[in-house]
Design a protein around this ligand. Sequence first.
Ligand code: HAM
Length: 418
Amino acid sequence: MIQGLPGFRDFFPEDCARRNHVVATWREVSRRYGFVEFDGPALESTDLYRKKNEAGAEILEQLYSFTDRGGREVALRPEMTPTLARMVAAREKHYRKPMKWFCVSNFFRHERQQKGRLREFLQFNADILGESSPQADAEIIALAIDLLRAFGFTAEHFVVRLSDRKAWMDFLQSRGCDEAACRTALACADKLEREPEEKLNAKLAATGLTVADLKAFIAAGSPEAFAPVLEALAARGLTGFVQPDLSIVRGLAYYTGVVFEIFDRSKNLRALAGGGRYDGLVKGLSDGAADLPAIGFGMGDVVLGHLIDETPAAAEKLQAALALTSDVFVVIADESRRAEALQIVQTCRELGLSTDFPLKSAKVGKQFQEAENLGATHAVVIGQEWPQIKLKHLATRAEQTLDHAALAPTLKTYKLHS
Ligand code: HAM
């Protein structure tokens, strides 16, 4: 039997229902924040990812890239930010600033498959373009926090670790690092928690720095870098969700200012979300044709799904969203009335009611069981009494007999799904 590929997921109906809950929550909170949705293509020219990255950058090594039938070098998108920068550079004059855009799309990275990391995943992105102030930074971070709160998480469950690439660059340049040395030092800082000290010190040798120097910089902090963002978050009552932490540097090359990653408090999982300011990317990718400051973040569905399952309040919210509900189940008590029953099914559906019925002859008890399985609030029973029919409220068992012509006006007055 042919198996699905490792790191790629099948979505059975229950998985789609979960995904719909996640996507609906992302969209609802984005709407509250005044973001509008966009999307781009799943396939891009490989150059889009090469242009702002050094050879050997992690994201380039994870590309699903190939030569297409027209001889073009193409790649499945591993992230949205380069596509967004490309699209915005081409059309930015059409839009008022600041642009507040979000998307929900699938991405592909040839990563080692592990808990929280797959090879195809869904990622929410939100970005503000055309505004360089810390107010925009705070707006993006507040959105990330409120997205997670909407799933039922509190400050007990997650934390935004806030850092600043510019503070890092200032420090490294003050220690005499040139561009290449800065890149090496940042790559090492990104791996402090994951790689042994001797290995990192060997990599750092050419920069004149040591692991101890990087750790000292992190420990000293950089309060002045974070003050305006923290103030704007405090005014929104969100202080408890954020922790300045210079050990966050982010793996992607294009960040220029505030950067952040969101983790579960128990530190069991990979990052839930990550992002930051990237003021040079639109300019760099468009060879100067457009120049817009930007900040944004991405939040995947995989780690989020693990944290939902591990957090009772969030899991309950998910279960409530997954409960099957429908309005009407048409019970065919007399098979010779199937044509009339179909007429009623059609009428209910035209009224906008979610309506089901048995596709083949079945015992009445079994049909009521099915109505309950589907979460129907009402049953309409078509039997020998036609043109009289029965309308039953399934939760209370209250029932009334009425002429079939009176059904539509009666149902219209009901608030169904209750
Ligand atoms: P990123 O840190 O690479 O940033 O990804 C953001 C989030 O996407 C991660 O925290 C994680 O939740 C999810 N994610 C990433 N890779 C995988 C994977 N292999 N499997 C499952 N989930 C994954 C970016 O992608 C930036 N482009 C975000 C951004 C937007 N920066 C500015 N604007």
